[in-house]
Design a protein around this ligand. Structure first.
Ligand SMILES: Nc1ncnc2c1ncn2[C@@H]1O[C@H](COP(=O)(O)OP(=O)(O)OP(=O)(O)O)[C@@H](O)[C@H]1O
Length: 318
């Protein structure tokens, strides 16, 4: 039996497909975003994050699959005014008119909503009070970015889509934006953002969806995706297979041993500690590799991504 719209996840994406000409960008992408949670869609430049989120916002028509926003099938029922009032959208290029002053743009958007936030407070919160009377054209890239965020939030949306919300922001502005997003989540707002910044996903997200080559390649909490910390043995590529085999043989079954390009990652049962480092150093000495470097390594989402896809987040557009 279908669930009532009020019980549905904030967003359900099922088997989403999109091609530009004969280039297939999305190849059956599926994920859900829960209500009251921050879901980060993470992937390298050019992988299709904006395409995905704009399909969810009703701004691009997919070639196949379905998108449900707050229980409404976007491409069957349309993104009508009632739904639009419940959803905030921050586009990557801002999408703002250039001629009016910043405060006028926000006041105009606020007037479209029944119970808006106070535009002046929102401008102040985002560090824009000093440029409130500046035309959008004359705002810096980071100021426009924050104005676009304010415009997405002023209507008190239940669900907010944010396309790379901290792109181009300096550290202070980025932290202010992160604080605001954390507060919205604490107030029960559902947030779906795209990012290629691992730190952003690790800091903010309850749920991370990693996309690559048009599909979801992994999803989970940041902690689940990152996995346990590890011991790293740095070796020359020539010695990699010999060192890896020696470690595998001598450490025993309670250790996982994974060779990479120029290092071997070792995950003991439980978290690595000083005893784990000493044990690995001893095994290496016994196996005739006393000079291999042994360090403990705090894993990041980038490590997880490299293992999942074999290329780096900061990789070039493909
Ligand atoms: N309207 C379009 N016509 C043709 N190709 C497009 C169009 N929009 C996007 N693309 C291509 O589709 C691919 C995915 O683009 P998209 O903007 O969705 O990626 P992205 O992951 O958001 O990238 P970034 O992180 O750089 O913003 C890119 O190769 C892009 O050049």
């Amino acid at each position: 039996m279908p669930r009532p719209a009020s019980d549905a996840p904030a967003l359900q994406v099922a088997d989403l497909r999109k091609s530009y000409g004969d280039r297939e960008v999305l190849r059956g992408l599926s994920f859900d975003a829960d209500r009251g949670r921050l879901t980060a869609v993470l992937g390298p430049n050019g992988v299709g994050k904006t395409t995905t989120i704009e399909c969810c916002e009703g701004l691009r028509r997919p070639g196949g699959g379905t998108v449900e926003v707050l229980g409404h099938a976007v491409h069957r029922d349309g993104f009508d005014a009632a739904l639009r009032a419940r959803v905030g959208v921050m586009l990557q290029d801002g999408g703002l008119p250039l001629a009016p002053r910043a405060a006028s743009v926000l006041a105009h958007v606020a007037r479209l909503h029944r119970d808006p936030l106070d535009p002046a407070s929102l401008l102040s919160r985002l560090g824009l009070t000093d440029v409130a009377r500046t035309t959008v054209r004359r705002l810096s890239g980071g100021q426009r970015q924050r104005l676009a965020l304010a415009a997405a939030l002023v209507g008190r949306p239940e669900l907010v889509f944010l396309d790379e919300p901290s792109a181009g922001l300096d550290v202070r502005a980025r932290l202010a934006v992160w604080d605001l997003l954390r507060e919205l989540r604490a107030d029960g707002v559902s947030l779906v953002l795209t990012t290629h910044l691992m730190a952003e996903a690790e800091e903010l997200a309850d749920h991370v969806v990693v996309i690559d080559a048009g599909r979801v390649v992994a999803e989970g909490t940041p902690r689940e995706l990152v996995g346990p910390d590890e011991v790293r043995v740095t070796v020359s590529p020539d010695d990699l297979s010999a060192v890896s085999a020696a470690l595998d043989e001598r450490l025993g079954r309670s250790w996982q041993v994974h060779p990479h390009r120029a290092w071997v990652s070792l995950v003991p049962a439980g978290s690595p500690d000083a005893g784990s480092l000493a044990r690995v150093a001893q095994v290496l000495a016994e196996a005739g590799h006393p000079d291999a470097g042994v360090t403990s390594h705090r894993r990041t989402l980038e490590d997880a991504f490299l293992e999942l896809t074999g290329h780096s987040f900061e990789g070039a557009d493909r």
